[in-house]
Every structure is written in structure tokens, then in C-alpha cells.
Design a protein around this ligand. Structure first.
Ligand code: NAD
Length: 275
């Protein structure tokens, strides 16, 4: 698995794309969310609020980001009251909200086809990935509208969305729901100057990836070859996804909304995502 410590995450320090911005990252205690939170800080964000259910990990990330740059708030995105409180607290502490990276997500441990679909697992996946996403977009957008902020909302989808897949049926469905939410919200919020986009990564080795494929991080490279049929070699990392999120969050993408930005190194080998 990619080393996700502070030392491995870098940006060109002369180009600070999020100078002064107030940002919330859900699922920021681990994986892609953690790496993106680090990028946000390096890009000059005034405040990065990390929201997660893994409190100890989240506090550790905040401590490593340096005093005053980031805050941890416990938030289970399946609970709308907790999401409302997360956004209200952010606005109370920092004055407003500029960027919402709605990233929290879970997967299924078994590679379910529709024939094997476990509907109780489906409910869990949809509760976080679809319903939780809706709560986050709703309350972030409300805060931006009420504060008169021309903000950016970035929703975490997946390269699995929009194309179906050989496995992970409920996960794929949940990410298609994210895409529908993003498209609707971008149309509805455009007049307020609020942009809503998705980022859709292909496979990246993170705790979620290891859980879904039931592998240890050190065996992930073999899995790429054995199970996904990919050639050995350099694979994309969480940092590549974080760079795409920074683009969508920043004024560099001032006129980009309703867009799904796919970041997937498996497409070049298959002509489609292998996720
Ligand atoms: P991860 O497990 O490292 O991170 C997910 C984070 O979400 C964790 O910190 C977890 O505690 C948090 N979380 C889970 N349920 C939550 C809840 N109810 N409320 C708040 N936080 C919650 O995995 P990751 O791979 O970094 O996943 C981040 C996002 O990226 C997910 O939405 C995932 O679906 C998406 N994604 C990942 C990949 C990949 O290959 N890793 C590919 C495409 C999309």
C-alpha cells in the first residue's frame, strides 16, 4: 500500500490553489480522503475539517497536519443530524464553507454478482455511499447558499459507476446514485454559483480496496496481475486522485460543473475501467 505519511505527499509550493479556503473532507481519516486533506493544507487552505467515524485515526491525521490548520469532527454520514452538525460547526468556527469533499464510502467484502446479492449488505452500502452522500451535499449546499458562497462540492464516485461491472453490484449501484445526485445538484445550484462535480477513481490500494478484495496491502500488487489482469509496473496512487480533487475544488475549474472526472490507470490497458 502507498505510504500515506505527511512526507510522501507533496505539491509545488509556489502554486497554492486553495489559499484561504475552508474545506470539509468526509472520510478524511484514511486512504484517499487523508491524502487529499494533506494536499488541501499544502495548497494553503485556511482550515481543513476532517470528518470520520475513526476518531483515533482522524485525530492523528489532524495532529500531523500542524496546529491551527485542521480540526477533527466525529461524523457518521448515515446520520443526517451529525452531518448537519458537522456543517454548522464548521461555519460557526471558520465563518463559512468553501469546499466540500464528500468522500466517505464503504464497499462489500465479497465480490457479489447479482445472483449472490446480500440485501442487508446492500442497505449498509447504500446508507453510506448514497444516502450519506445526499446528506452531505444537501447540508454543504445549504451552508453555501445561506452564506452566499460560490463554493465547490466534490463527490466521490468510482470508475465502476456508469458502466456496470463483473462484481461489487451494490457498490456499483451506490456510485451510480452518486452520479445522479451530482448531475441534479449541479443543475439546481448553478444559479447560486455553486459547482458540483464527481471524481471517479479506478483501483487504488487503500484499506477499502484491501477489504473489498480481501487482500493484505503487501499482496495488492499480485492481485492487480492475478485478478485484474493488469501488467506489473507503476500504478496510480491516492495522490493522483487527490490532485484531481484539488483541481475540482479550486478556481482552476471555475467553469467546470456537472462533470465526472475519471482518474483510472487501468483504462489504458483495457479500453475500459477494470474496477
Ligand atoms: P478508506 O477505507 O481508506 O477510506 C474511507 C473512509 O471513510 C474511512 O476513513 C472510513 O472510516 C470513512 N467512513 C466509512 N463510513 C463512514 C461513515 N458512515 N461516516 C463517515 N466516514 C465513514 O478507503 P478509500 O479507498 O480511501 O475510499 C474513499 C472513497 O473513495 C470511498 O467513497 C470509495 O468508494 C472511493 N473509491 C475508492 C477506490 C479505491 O480503489 N480505493 C476507487 C474508487 C472509489
Amino acid at each position: 500500500m502507498a505510504d500515506l505519511t505527511a512526507d510522501t505527499v507533496s505539491v509545488n509550493q509556489t502554486i497554492k490553489k486553495l489559499q484561504g479556503k475552508v474545506v470539509v473532507v468526509t472520510g478524511g481519516a484514511s486512504g484517499i480522503g487523508e491524502v487529499t486533506a494533506r494536499k488541501f493544507v499544502l495548497h494553503g487552505a485556511r482550515a481543513v475539517v476532517i470528518a470520520d467515524i475513526q476518531d483515533e485515526l482522524g485525530q492523528t491525521v489532524v495532529a500531523s497536519l500542524g496546529p491551527g490548520r485542521s480540526t477533527y469532527i466525529h461524523c457518521d454520514v448515515t446520520d443526517e443530524d451529525q452531518v448537519r452538525s458537522l456543517i454548522e460547526s464548521t461555519v460557526k468556527i471558520y465563518g463559512h464553507l468553501d469546499v466540500m469533499f464528500s468522500n466517505a464510502g464503504i464497499g462489500c467484502a465479497s465480490q457479489q454478482t447479482v445472483l449472490e446479492l446480500d440485501l442487508s449488505n446492500y442497505d449498509k452500502v447504500m446508507a453510506v455511499n448514497a444516502r450519506g452522500m445526499a446528506a452531505c451535499v444537501k447540508h454543504a449546499a445549504k451552508a453555501m447558499v445561506e452564506g452566499g458562497v460560490r463554493g465547490s462540492i466534490v463527490c466521490m464516485a468510482s470508475a465502476a459507476a456508469g458502466q456496470g461491472g463483473p462484481m461489487f453490484t451494490d457498490y456499483t449501484m451506490s456510485k451510480d446514485a452518486v452520479m445522479g445526485l451530482m448531475r441534479s445538484a449541479s443543475l439546481q445550484l448553478g444559479a447560486n454559483g455553486i459547482r458540483v462535480n464527481c471524481v471517479s477513481p479506478g483501483p487504488v490500494v487503500t484499506p477499502l480496496f484491501c477489504w473489498q478484495f480481501q487482500v493484505e496491502a503487501e499482496d495488492a500488487e499480485n492481485l492487480y496481475e492475478a485478478q485484474l489482469g493488469l501488467k506489473a509496473g507503476k500504478r496510480m496512487s491516492a495522490e493522483n486522485v487527490a490532485d484531481a480533487v484539488v483541481f475540482l475544488a479550486s478556481d482552476d475549474s471555475e467553469f467546470v460543473t456537472g462533470h465526472n472526472l475519471v482518474v483510472d490507470d487501468t483504462i489504458k490497458e483495457f479500453g475500459r475501467s477494470s474496477f
